[in-house]
Design a protein around this ligand. Structure first.
Ligand SMILES: Cc1cc2nc3c(=O)[nH]c(=O)nc-3n(C[C@H](O)[C@H](O)[C@H](O)COP(=O)(O)OP(=O)(O)OC[C@H]3O[C@@H](n4cnc5c(N)ncnc54)[C@H](O)[C@@H]3O)c2cc1C
Length: 498
């Protein structure tokens, strides 16, 4: 094949993973600039899919987003190229495909989850042995790894100084939010060679790789609109209300948050673009955008925590917190089951869990309340809650989920101080004052009016179909203080996300 003198690589493969778009895609843009022929692949990774429920909503989201990506690749190439989709173990399949296509280089975006790093290291070894290069790019965070460090060169352990350093770094390099792909064209995108072409649609149906054809309806979750198109529609809606985000975001009955988490998880929207939009709005004086950008910075914060402290996957961030004696045994199991199913007798906790079970989404305030309830009222380990969220959240992200759980359990980096314990009734009165969110998700209580809905056991005619509280908050609180007090030498952590 003749390659133009401006190209340094004859043939390249772009490995899509959590970046299912073509716009503002650093790895694709670099490959198109540098290579004479470019192929694009996504692997439905058997090692990841094997453990997921057959009706997993996220797999359906990925499947639909891949179909969208395939169309966009075809359009960018003038109809010539298609996405190559494989159902295999990625660590084996990528080197095999690279050999079949005889590419010189693999282009991809870095992923700092420990399992992804281990997989990528295996791929790297195989490619290197074959004489092929691997070119990694940053995409799903604004600042990664060691880009934001303290003056002493150590990673930040407290959010506010991290955020200040992050904002300073952005101020110094605003171009970091620029679109990285507007100057490239798709001429180099190549059709898969005959032996590698799939008959029929490029993207297999869900049942072709062992999943339910129609997963449970995304009941009441606007965030499950897949693909770039779905993400753009959500973004449009959110931009109409971003200026009010600071005032509305804590009230689950109001349309405050963006529901864009899953689009950031799978890269159907570019994080740089979202941060850029927020930064522009901030220049125009938007306090809502300022608060929203802070949330995106929390996301980067937890990503760098995971990078620098991968032990958090299996342990408390704070070593002394591994000594905490969480409740175990039949009663803890029964209470954990009640928490999972949304029948703890605390209405806002139950409403949050039922929202999660029905939709795969849970409002941030409720993630904090339900996580606090599990760890501080029931004394059940944060790791059990973390695993439950990991299975059910559409926007599940290891770094943020682990960070959120360890924050709520007071075992983590810049966590809530252990002696501050959410009261599930006053939280309910404060953040769902009219009980509108509770009425929606706990219809048994819809008949209760006024304040009664926050603590139905106090009402004259307690609701018969709704359970009494499985634990007395005041008693549980004392037990938690004792549990943390006797954990060893640790001193209280300061600084919290109020
Ligand atoms: C116990 C617990 C578990 C959590 N698990 C996850 C998870 O698995 N995946 C996840 O993305 N977020 C998680 N969060 C953070 C937060 O609750 C969600 O990001 C947010 O609710 C997603 O909804 P949204 O997209 O409408 O958010 P918005 O309020 O619109 O925020 C925009 C984006 O900012 C990021 N963000 C917002 N808040 C946080 C935060 N506190 N930490 C890190 N990133 C944040 C997310 O990417 C989010 O999509 C968790 C929080 C807690 C307390």
């Amino acid at each position: 094949m003749e390659i133009s003198p401006t190209k340094t690589v004859a043939r390249a493969l772009v490995w899509f993973r959590r970046d299912l778009r073509v716009a503002d895609h650093p790895a694709l843009a670099a490959a198109l600039r540098e290579a004479g022929a470019v192929w694009c692949v996504f692997v439905l990774d058997k090692t990841i899919l094997r453990d997921l429920p057959r009706g997993d909503r996220r797999v359906a989201f990925i499947r639909h987003s891949l179909a969208d990506l395939d169309e966009r690749i075809a359009a960018l190439s003038g109809g010539r190229a298609r996405l190559i989709v494989r159902h295999a173990d990625a660590a084996d399949e990528i080197p095999r495909l690279a050999a079949q296509l005889d590419v010189q280089a693999l282009y991809f975006h870095r992923d700092d989850e420990p399992a992804a790093r281990a997989r990528d290291a295996r791929v790297y070894e195989r490619l290197r042995a074959d004489g092929r290069a691997m070119r990694g790019f940053k995409d799903h965070v604004i600042f990664e790894r060691k880009e934001i460090l303290t003056g002493g060169g150590t990673p930040y352990g407290v959010f506010t100084p991290y955020k200040n350093a992050w904002l300073k770094a952005l101020h110094a390099r605003p171009q970091i939010l620029g679109d990285c792909g507007s100057d490239v064209d798709g001429n180099a995108l190549a059709a898969p060679p005959p032996g590698l072409r799939r008959d029929g649609p490029a993207v297999p149906d869900l049942q072709d790789f062992g999943f339910a054809a129609s997963p449970p309806a995304p009941h009441d979750d606007p965030g499950l609109r897949p693909g770039v198109q779905g993400g753009e529609a959500l973004l449009d809606e959110f931009l109409d209300r971003i200026d009010d985000y600071d005032a509305t975001r804590d009230f689950p009955a109001r349309p405050g948050p963006s529901h864009l988490g899953i689009h950031l998880r799978f890269g159907t929207l570019s994080l740089r673009r979202l941060a850029g939009i927020a930064a522009q709005r901030i220049e125009g004086g938007s306090r809502g955008a300022q608060t929203w950008l802070s949330e995106l910075i929390w996301r980067d914060f937890y990503q760098q925590v995971l990078f620098h402290h991968p032990h958090v996957v299996d342990h408390a961030y704070r070593a002394d917190c591994d000594a905490i004696r969480w409740e175990q045994g039949a009663q803890a199991d029964a209470q954990f089951a009640a928490w999972c199913e949304g029948r703890t007798g605390y209405p806002l906790v139950d409403a949050g869990m039922r929202q999660l079970n029905a939709t795969g989404y849970m409002h941030n305030r409720l993630r904090m309340i339900t996580a606090s309830f599990l760890t501080k009222d029931l004394g059940v380990s944060w790791q059990r809650g973390e695993a439950y969220f990991a299975r059910h959240l559409n926007d599940y992200e290891l770094a943020s989920n682990n960070g959120g759980w360890q924050w709520a359990a007071s075992t983590g980096c810049d966590a809530q101080p252990w002696f501050r314990i959410f009261n599930p009734v006053t939280q309910s009165e404060r953040f769902d004052p009219q009980g509108a969110f509770i009425r929606r998700w706990v219809p048994e209580l819809a008949g209760l009016d006024g304040k009664a809905i926050h603590a139905p056991w106090k009402a004259k005619a307690a609701e018969r179909d709704y359970p009494p509280p499985i634990v007395d908050h005041e008693v549980a609180r004392e037990k938690t203080l004792a549990r943390f007090g006797s954990r060893g030498s640790g001193s209280p952590v300061v600084g919290a996300d109020e």
